[in-house]
Design a protein around this ligand. Structure first.
Ligand code: SF4
Ligand code: SF4
Length: 751
């Protein structure tokens, strides 16, 4: 249906109906018949920075600062920010979090103001000649006055007016006030109809609509009469609509007045319609014609627990607890205070919260008047909720999907279109708090949307960065390619036309070939040098051995004089053995190192086979090793007779000087000890006597002492005699030891 045809029907006074709706008890007369009163200033006012849809503005006052009535306390920096103003003159006490009017009971930043009681206004600039001003000038004034929808939505009014300024056909003034108990709009229309009419005139100047409709439910006859008195009935008409909840909801009221439904997900402006609450219209009038920002509003105080229910002008920021006291609340145990009506309102966490711009009602019901919610039962799928839903939703489906967190399904069934009117819960026989489920689901969907939006922004930033880096890489490569081409061209020109790359490659290959050749040559040289060093080392070793042999031989010959000192004899014997071993070594290389045959060692007296001179050092080494082995064997053979009495020429000490046999004694242990001592001494003497013989392969004449065997003690039974005999044997053995060393050394020196 075209808008012109709709307009014809509207002008003829036709009304439409919407689906669903309920008819709860109204309870309006308790407060609607009482004149508006002005509430006294409280001792402390708490002003939340955010009282509207949007973000809070920047605070421009400090604690301790005195402010005047109507002075702005915050400064908006965007369209969706709405300023707040000092509701009265006083001093800023603090800016800190305070519990706000919300079911969660959460705290938000608030300005705390201590009124001084003077209520001193800041300078005011009323725009009495507003009709001469451009509409946007008025919109600016409305914005600066901090006006947000007083019907409960809290949408910034200046934004609504600015966006619909040249698109609106019908301006609807919402005075339906369909929720039970609430009568603030009713009372305002009754008492301030002419000011509301002035506000409508201001709005018409701004929006220039073709028609203005004031919608009032038929349960407010005084308000209807009052408004009809102040409008012309032509361009501004009063429409009396049937009482049905929620006829005051925006979409339902538009449908009632125009017969058209606002499409899902769109605003009423899509139909050429803008709707404002009568309280908002009054606030616009005050802002333009009085330069009075939104610092007060009408609040309904109702419920059986109030001694004097009614409506009052309340300054924004007034404590609810203070307000309840002003209206003589008679609380019962666990008294509930509901902000809003019984259908869409919520129970306050406590009474120490402030009145804000969207506070239209404070309700203190008794338990009989508004019983607490009964126990929730299972859904019986009766379908009554669907019948009552004014948006034609399926509340029971939304309930299931909200409860089971099936977010996609909840969206699919248009949970976003739910206006939270509570009609479904009101009719539900199972007492299911359906609206609470919907609110929680909406909050969850909002959170998910926010996360998705943030993730999408992050993804876009990542993609943009990736694209930028790729573009920079390509540009960098292009620059490098261009530079290399220029360089190659330059080199080609310098090389007389030859390809510089090919020339460079050829140079590299040539250099690699040179390196390969040099490496092979170096390996051969290193091998040859290693063989030469080996030969030199062998020759040097042989020379050192020969020199050492000469020196030792000379030393022995010079110093080995007969001596009675057995240590000297032992040293001389050791030198003789070393000399013999070295002589054997030297004998293995006769061609190179047998230069001193005049001083043969004891071992050379029994020379090993002399290997023929050879140029092969390995053969020479083998021959030397054989010679040393033979010399060592010969030396060992020479020592064996002395040790084991195999050769009579060198009798062992035990044989030559047998241990005295202990005589038979009465004490056999003493005799045995004496005999053992005698044997040990005789063995020691024999060992000493064999040392020269071990390394002297030449026949040695036994010395006089060694030739004379130790006298054998006669067998005796006297132990003392045995001991004496043992001592004699030890002395003889020691003497034999000393004497045996001397002939050997002498023999060596003679050699
Ligand atoms: S009214 Fe209640 S019980 Fe009936 S279908 Fe709806 S949610 Fe279920
Ligand atoms: S609260 Fe939502 S689902 Fe329930 S009746 Fe109202 S609009 Fe429909």
């Amino acid at each position: 249906m075209s808008l012109s045809r709709v307009m014809d029907k509207i002008l003829k006074g036709r009304l439409w109906d919407f689906h669903g709706g309920i008819h709860p008890a109204e309870h309006k007369l308790e407060s609607s018949q009482v004149p508006l009163v002005e509430v006294a200033l409280p001792p402390l006012m708490v002003l939340p920075l955010k009282q509207h849809i949007g973000s809070s503005a920047e605070v421009i006052v400090r604690p301790g600062e005195r402010v005047l009535t109507g002075q702005p306390l915050t400064r908006p920096e965007s369209r969706m920010q709405v300023p707040i103003h000092a509701p009265t003159s006083g001093t800023i006490q603090s800016i800190e979090p305070h519990t706000v009017a919300h079911p969660s009971g959460l705290s938000e930043p608030c300005i705390h103001l201590i009124p001084d009681g003077l209520d001193e206004w800041r300078p005011r600039e009323p725009l009495a000649e507003y009709a001469q001003l451009p509409p946007l000038e008025l919109v600016k004034r409305i914005h600066e006055s901090g006006i947000a929808g007083l019907g409960g939505a809290g949408f910034p009014t200046d934004v609504k007016l600015a966006t619909g300024r040249e698109k609106v056909e019908i301006l609807i003034i919402n005075g339906a006030e369909c929720e039970p108990y609430i009568t603030c709009d009713d009372r305002l229309m009754q008492e301030e109809a002419h000011r509301i009419a002035e506000g409508i005139a201001v709005l018409r100047h701004i929006l220039k609509p073709r028609l203005v409709l004031i919608a009032i439910e038929d349960n407010k006859p005084e308000a209807i009469a009052a408004m009809r008195q102040v409008v012309d009935g032509d361009s501004v008409q009063v429409r009396v609509i049937p009482t049905k909840y929620p006829s005051g909801a925006a979409r339902q009221l538009i449908e009632i007045l125009t017969g058209r439904q606002v499409p899902s997900g769109k605003r009423s402006l899509s139909l050429g319609v803008i709707m404002l609450n009568v309280g908002t219209v009054f606030a616009v009038r005050q802002a333009v014609l009085e330069d009075e920002p939104l610092i007060r509003r009408v609040v309904t105080l109702t419920g059986e627990r109030f001694a004097k229910p009614g409506n009052a002008w309340v300054r924004i920021g007034t404590s609810v607890r203070w307000l309840l006291g002003q209206f003589e609340l008679k609380p019962e145990p666990r008294q509930r205070i509901i902000m809003g009506g019984p259908m869409m309102g919520f129970t306050l966490p406590h009474a120490d919260v402030p009145v804000v711009k969207i506070t239209n009602c404070l309700m203190a019901p008794s338990e009989q008047e508004l019983p607490p919610a009964e126990e929730e039962r299972n859904c019986i799928r009766c379908g009554q909720c669907a019948d009552a839903c004014p948006v034609s939703l399926l509340p029971q489906q939304l309930y299931w999907y909200s409860k089971s967190a099936e977010h996609d399904k909840a969206r699919e069934y248009h949970i976003d279109d739910c206006i939270e009117c509570g009609a479904c819960a009101w009719v539900c026989p199972s007492n299911i708090p359906l609206v609470q489920y919907y609110r929680e689901e909406k909050a969850e969907l909002y959170r998910l949307d926010l996360e998705s939006e943030q993730a999408e922004r992050a993804r876009q930033r990542f993609e943009a960065k990736k694209q930028r880096l790729e573009q920079e890489r390509q540009e960098r490569e292009a620059r490098h390619l261009q530079a290399s081409s220029a360089r190659r061209e330059q080199m080609t020109q310098q090389a007389g036309g030859a390809d510089p790359i090919a020339a460079a490659l050829a140079r590299v290959k040539a250099r690699q070939a040179e390196l390969t050749t040099e490496t092979a040559t170096d390996a051969a040289d290193i091998s040859a040098q290693r063989a030469a060093r080996k030969q030199q080392a062998i020759a040097a070793q042989a020379a050192r051995q020969a020199a050492s042999t000469d020196t030792v031989t000379t030393t022995v010959q010079t110093n080995a004089e007969p001596s009675a000192d057995p240590r000297q004899v032992a040293v001389a014997a050791a030198i003789a053995r070393a000399k013999a071993r070295k002589a054997a070594n030297a004998a293995t290389q006769p061609a190179e190192h047998s230069a001193a045959p005049a001083v043969p060692s004891a071992e050379t007296a029994a020379p090993a086979p002399q290997p023929a001179a050879s140029d092969d050092p390995r053969k020479a080494a083998v021959a030397a090793a054989i010679a040393r082995a033979k010399a060592r064997k010969a030396a060992d053979t020479a020592t064996q007779p002395a040790e084991h009495s195999a050769a009579p020429a060198v009798p062992s000490a035990e044989t030559a000087a047998p241990a005295p046999q202990p005589a038979a004694s009465d004490d056999p242990r003493k005799a045995a000890v004496a005999a053992a001592i005698a044997r040990a001494k005789a063995r020691k003497a024999a060992d000493t006597a064999t040392q020269p013989a071990e390394h002297s392969v030449a026949p040695v004449d036994p010395s006089a002492e060694t030739a004379a065997p130790a006298p054998k003690p006669a067998a005796s039974d006297d132990p003392r005699k045995a001991a004496v005999a043992a001592a004699i044997a030890r002395a003889k053995a020691r003497k034999a030891q000393q004497g045996s060393a001397t002939p050997t050394s002498t023999a060596e020196s003679e050699e």
